[in-house]
Design a protein around this ligand. Structure first.
Ligand code: ADP
Length: 298
């Protein structure tokens, strides 16, 4: 009995010591990660729970490291994007004030450029603020039952006007009953459509085709925005909805990698689905699926 008791006591002591050691190492590791050492890999062996905890902490560490990397890349990108219009505004303003531009016509066109660049800056800042609001629950969502047909029709008409302006061919159809209802926040819904159609316009060359279609399939409203543009490479495809991610195909286009992250945030907040089909060089297709609301408008 004494032997068994002593053996058990030693075993309990050894196990407790090993657990305490692992927990202390975990505590030290998490503290260092919290202090910003995102490259510190925890490699703890011990009970199943300790191993699985250190595995989860490692995953969290990698997510934090990726997030930090994306944020720094974004800040560099956005600083560059903000600098370009500012440099132009400054250049034209200086030229006007020191008299280099004195001709009335030149003066008019320089002021027009200053206005346009200021507007561009304003839009970029607005986009950023909206994204932050959306993700900090500051956006007061007004979810109501909407007749979706007129919303889709408006978006289609806007796309057609943009197509004429930018020389893209617009096709598509809205094959749903006029009485189709969905529950949404109108502004956010329009934002999803505008981001998707905006991307299709930007990533499709002149005379390319952009198709905007809506239909009902298995009690869901399916909206597809497809284009015959430059397409997305298979390496980029898993990341395009990530915050600040810009694909390798986007180098020539201005952008911030916010558009699809906004789309994803909005869709997730409504629990709607989105699918992407794309191949480099042969266009892209984004399909959003939205559950229908039965009944009639109140
Ligand atoms: P960006 O400001 O870079 O356009 P988005 O978040 O809107 O940011 O899109 C993320 C990336 O997804 C883009 O950089 C681009 O590589 C890719 N992408 C999105 N839409 C399309 C499209 N219709 N055709 C090709 N690439 C696209």
């Amino acid at each position: 009995m004494v032997f068994i008791f002593a053996f058990c006591a030693i075993m309990v002591f050894v196990i407790l010591r090993s657990i305490t050691k692992s927990v202390l190492a975990l505590e030290e590791g998490t503290r260092r990660i919290a202090d910003g050492e995102f490259d510190l890999k925890l490699d703890l062996k011990g009970s199943n729970e300790i191993t699985s905890l250190s595995y989860s902490i490692n995953k969290m560490r990698q997510a934090l490291r990726d997030d930090q990397f994306r944020k720094s890349r974004f800040i560099m990108g956005i600083s560059h994007d903000l600098r370009t219009p500012i440099a132009l505004i400054k250049g034209y303003a200086e030229a006007i004030s020191d008299g280099t531009i004195d001709d009335t016509e030149m003066l008019k066109s320089s002021l027009a450029i200053i206005c346009q660049k200021s507007q561009q800056l304003d839009d970029m800042i607005e986009d950023l603020l909206n994204f932050v609001k959306l993700n900090t629950q500051e956006w007061n969502k007004h979810v109501e039952v909407h007749s979706v047909y007129p919303l889709l029709e408006d978006c289609f008409h806007r796309l057609q006007s943009d197509g004429i302006l930018l020389q893209r061919r617009i096709t598509g159809s809205i094959d749903i009953p006029q009485s189709t209802l969905i529950a949404t926040d109108e502004k956010l819904f329009i934002r999803v459509l505008e981001n998707l159609t905006g991307n299709a316009l930007r990533y499709t060359e002149q005379n390319g085709i952009i198709d905007f279609s809506a239909c009902i399939h298995e009690n869901q409203l399916c909206i597809s925005v497809s284009d015959t543009g430059i397409g997305i490479s298979q390496e980029d495809l898993p990341y395009i909805f990530d915050l600040f991610y810009r694909g390798t195909n986007s180098r020539r286009e201005k952008g911030s990698g916010l558009g699809l992250a906004v789309v994803k945030s909005i869709l997730e907040s409504f629990r709607w689905d989105i699918e992407v089909f794309s191949q480099k060089g042969s266009g892209s297709c984004f399909v959003v699926q939205i559950p229908l609301v039965r009944g009639e408008l109140p």
